[in-house]
Design a protein around this ligand. Structure first.
Ligand code: ATP
Length: 363
């Protein structure tokens, strides 16, 4: 049997990026041979094995042919006669269809290295249009590699559109959609994910209300990359995308994409925070009012998140600066006022005025 490193690990290595997961393909082996070597079978739909020590995934080389609609329409063959090239042929993008031998030699039957150099997301073959998930995957890679200058090759874009036009996206399950969306929201340019989906008609086909919302808010891509810089979690990023969408549509969307319950909670919390009048106005009076509210909130992570939102929607330079300001407000002591002879509610009022001055100096 021959073993090759494949997929994302080879791609990321060639791009000079850190490699997270390593996937392997085994050519010329049977499941029995793998198990005899101590590998543990884990694949449900096709033969995948876990290495007894590293726990990395080793898949038997396989071919896939689509014979019917949806996911049940795939015929998978994984016998020892399947070649590496046949296995690479069923992959989505050329940059994901690279393999490396144990000696470090790159095997590249579809021009993946050239596409890496030219920064192109290109389908391996027209068979790309057999799996609707590839529309989401490609949009996700566009977002992930946007900063490196990757663009969508026109024929690949046409194949994505074909999948959309044939109604194949309706076969995607919410779980699969969320897996891709979650990863896309964790890139540096989450807006590109939605923009690419919109470009090929997928956003409109999957979620018409979100597509309309996206068009109504041209500021969203910029806001999302700013939010990505602040390292917001994917749930918060999605909450930001959905901000101001009517609550029933928001809930419907989140149920459809099978987002975890926490995402809905985040979305609701952000909506509530954003409705505070102090958020959109820049007056120190209102920020102070908000601060007083935030301070009384019991959950600190909610406070953090609301601060981030304040920064994103407002004009403050950074979340850090806002936190510093609020910390300084918090530190102010009533003691000097008491020493001056103030008593009762007058102390609270003086303290509030002092905080107001502090905030007003920067907002
Ligand atoms: P990441 O770094 O995000 O994990 P990856 O390329 O390793 O990226 P995986 O989802 O782990 O992505 O998939 C591993 C490889 O399997 C891909 O590089 C690609 O070659 C192939 N692959 C995965 N899903 C599909 C699919 N739906 N259609 C075609 N090929 C796929």
């Amino acid at each position: 049997m021959q073993i090759y490193l494949v997929g994302g690990a080879v791609r990321d290595k060639l791009l000079g990026l850190p490699v997270k997961d390593r996937d392997w393909v085994v050519v010329g082996a049977t499941p029995e041979q793998m198990q005899a070597q101590g590998f543990k079978a884990v694949g449900k739909d096709f033969p995948v094995f876990l290495h007894p020590k590293t726990q990395e995934e080793y898949a038997l080389a396989r071919t896939e042919r689509k014979q019917g609609r949806g996911y049940k329409g795939f015929v998978v063959a994984a016998d020892p006669s399947v070649t590496l090239e046949e296995d690479l042929l069923r992959r989505d993008l050329t940059i994901n269809a690279l393999a490396e031998t144990a000696q470090g030699e790159i095997i590249d039957p579809f021009g993946g290295q050239q596409d890496l150099q030219q920064r192109l997301l290109r389908a391996v073959s027209p068979a790309f249009a057999e799996d609707p998930l590839r529309v989401l995957r490609t949009a996700r890679f566009a977002a992930r590699f946007a900063d490196l200058g990757f663009t969508l090759e026109p024929e690949t874009q046409a194949l994505m559109r074909k999948l959309v036009d044939q109604g194949e996206l309706a076969f995607l399950t919410g779980e699969r959609i969320w897996l891709e969306m979650d990863k896309a929201l964790s890139t540096s340019q989450p807006g590109v994910f939605f923009a690419v989906l919109e470009q090929v008609g997928a956003l409109q086909a999957l979620w018409p209300e979100l597509a309309a919302h996206w068009q109504r808010h041209p500021e969203l891509p910029g806001l999302l990359s700013k939010a990505a810089e602040q390292a917001l979690a994917s749930a918060q990023m999605l909450a930001l995308v959905l901000l101001d969408l009517p609550s029933n549509l928001k809930t419907h969307f989140l149920q459809q994409v099978k987002a975890p319950k926490a995402v809905l909670q985040q979305a609701e919390a952000l909506q509530k925070a954003s409705q505070h009048p102090g958020l959109r106005l820049q007056a120190a009076e209102e920020v102070l009012e908000l601060f007083e509210q935030l301070d009384s909130w019991r959950r600190p992570e909610l406070t953090q998140q609301t601060l981030v939102l304040l920064v994103l929607l407002g004009q403050l330079a950074s979340r850090q600066r806002l936190l510093e300001l609020l910390a300084a407000c918090r530190k102010l002591s009533a003691q000097p006022w008491v020493a001056q002879g103030l008593k009762g509610p007058a102390v609270g009022e003086a303290l509030r005025e002092e905080r107001l001055q502090l905030l007003a100096a920067e907002i």
